[in-house]
Design a protein around this ligand. Structure first.
Ligand code: ZN
Length: 135
C-alpha cells in the first residue's frame, strides 16, 4: 500500500517554482480583487491592471509578471496585462531637510549627503492603482 503524503507533493515542486510562490500568491490576491471589481460591473472584461511597485515591497517585478501569466489563466484577467509602475525609494533626510533619493537599496543613505535615514517616504508600494475594464 502506497500513500502520497503532503511532504511528497511539496518535494516534487522544483525549487525555482517554490521561490516564486510569494509572487504567485500576490498575483492571485490581485486577481481576487479585480474579479470583485469586474463582478460589480456585471462581469466586464479586464484589459489591464495597473500596479505601483516599490523595491522595498519584497516583490520582484520579473517574478510577479511570470506569476501573473500563470495565475490569470481562466480568470477574468485572462486577457489582461499587468502594467507595473516602478516607484523609486526616497527617504526624508534630516541633514538636507528634504525628501531625497537613496544611494542604494542596501544602505538607505541620502544620495545628496550620505546620511543614513530610517524615514522611508516611498519605495514600499504594492498597490493596484487602476483597471482598464470593458463594458
Ligand atoms: Zn541628505
Amino acid at each position: 500500500m502506497w500513500t502520497l503524503q503532503n511532504g511528497d507533493l511539496f518535494s516534487t515542486i522544483p525549487s525555482d517554482l517554490s521561490d516564486s510562490m510569494h509572487e504567485l500568491s500576490i498575483a492571485m490576491s490581485i486577481i481576487d480583487l479585480v474579479e470583485e471589481e469586474s463582478e460589480r460591473r456585471g462581469g466586464a472584461a479586464v484589459f489591464a491592471v495597473h500596479l505601483k511597485l516599490g523595491p522595498l515591497s519584497g516583490v520582484v517585478k520579473e517574478a510577479l509578471i511570470s506569476a501573473w501569466d500563470l495565475a490569470r489563466e481562466e480568470t477574468v484577467c485572462s486577457e489582461s496585462k499587468l502594467v507595473i509602475q516602478e516607484i523609486p525609494i526616497t527617504i526624508y533626510c534630516t541633514t538636507c531637510l528634504a525628501e531625497n533619493p537613496v544611494e542604494s537599496i542596501q544602505s538607505l543613505c541620502c544620495a545628496a549627503c550620505g546620511t543614513p535615514s530610517p524615514r522611508v517616504i516611498t519605495g514600499r508600494e504594492l498597490e493596484v492603482t487602476g483597471l482598464e475594464i470593458g463594458g
